[in-house]
Ligand binder design. Structure first.
Ligand SMILES: [Zn+2]
Length: 303
């Protein structure tokens, strides 16, 4: 299903080694590879002399030290955080303690909607609920550093507080986990929401940055076109779910088996949550029905 997106999976950066990815932006890969993080989290350093760091990464002393080594002799004035998953934000306190930089993000972790009765945040272990920015940024807010101008772009969906950052001087966007070259992100209720995610993709189609620098993997080139592929991919997945339901009522494991062919067994649970995210959206739009609120163990049918 995902071969419709022109993924770029080439990414051979050695961990905790600094590399200039485009003029004015350096990147450092954390050594935390997994099916969800690909080769690991990519932290970015914006500017020279007086710099900003995007996503310090997980709680990982070697990575924090590699970031601090990369900026030795420079002043870190700002830390930008795309979202509060544990592979992106728990490294903030170490960098802040060492540099005194101002921490900027959309806000603390929160779910995309109120929890249903008996429902727990399902990917709780992946959330950094301790994170607090020094200052919360609103959509469109502009932060000026010495040599860089950053525009905050709210992009909820992967998480409710996901924020991308446009680096105006370089005409590129730090896209976090919202848009990545190697894969689509997990959108898992209640922390994520498919309707928000699709609206956030639509929002990017009205922007012109040709390059995105994501939280995992290589840079996204020809980004506006790539975003269109992402949108069509999600529309295709929705069509596959509706096709399965056209054959009769089904539960989520049945839909996952029908829709995801050749799925990595480690990703079955995430796939179920992604299907739930689509079903929530379809129930809200009145296309699909279920008994009670959409749930991971519910049964679904076409209206
Ligand atoms: Zn994430």
């Amino acid at each position: 299903m995902s071969d419709d997106i022109p993924f770029d999976k080439r990414f051979d950066l050695p961990p905790d080694t600094v590399e200039e990815v485009v003029p004015g932006v350096r990147r450092v890969l954390c050594n935390n590879p997994s099916p969800f993080t690909y080769k690991g989290t990519v932290s970015y350093i914006i500017g020279r002399g007086q710099v900003a760091i995007v996503d310090p990464g997980p709680l990982d002393a070697a990575h924090s030290q590699a970031l601090l080594d990369a900026v030795r002799g420079e002043t870190v004035t700002h830390i930008f955080v795309t979202h509060t998953h544990r592979d992106h934000s728990p490294g903030v306190p170490a960098i802040k303690a060492a540099t005194g930089a101002l921490v900027l993000a959309e806000g603390p972790h929160r779910a995309s909607r109120p929890l249903n009765v008996g429902e727990a945040p399902r990917l709780d272990a992946s959330n950094d609920t301790d994170f607090r920015p020094d200052r919360a940024l609103a959509d469109g807010e502009v932060v000026s550093g010495n040599g860089f101008t950053i525009e905050a772009v709210t992009t909820p969906g992967h998480t409710a507080n996901h924020m991308a950052f446009a680096f105006r001087e370089a005409n590129l966007l730090f896209s976090g986990d919202h848009v990545m070259a190697w894969s689509t992100p997990v959108v898992a209720p209640p922390d994520g929401a498919m309707s928000d995610y699709m609206a956030s993709l639509d929002k990017l189609t009205r922007r012109s940055e040709p390059i995105y620098l994501p939280g995992h993997g290589a840079m996204v080139r020809d980004a506006p076109n790539f975003v269109q592929h992402y949108i069509r991919h999600r529309q295709g997945r929705e069509a596959s779910i509706l096709h399965r339901l056209s054959k009769g009522e089904a539960d989520i494991p049945t839909i996952v088996r029908a829709v995801y062919i050749g799925l990595d067994p480690r990703l079955v649970r995430a796939a179920g949550l992604s299907v739930l995210a689509h079903l929530e959206d379809l129930v809200t739009r009145g296309v699909v029905a279920t008994d009670g609120p959409p749930a991971i163990d519910g049964r679904y049918r076409l209206v």
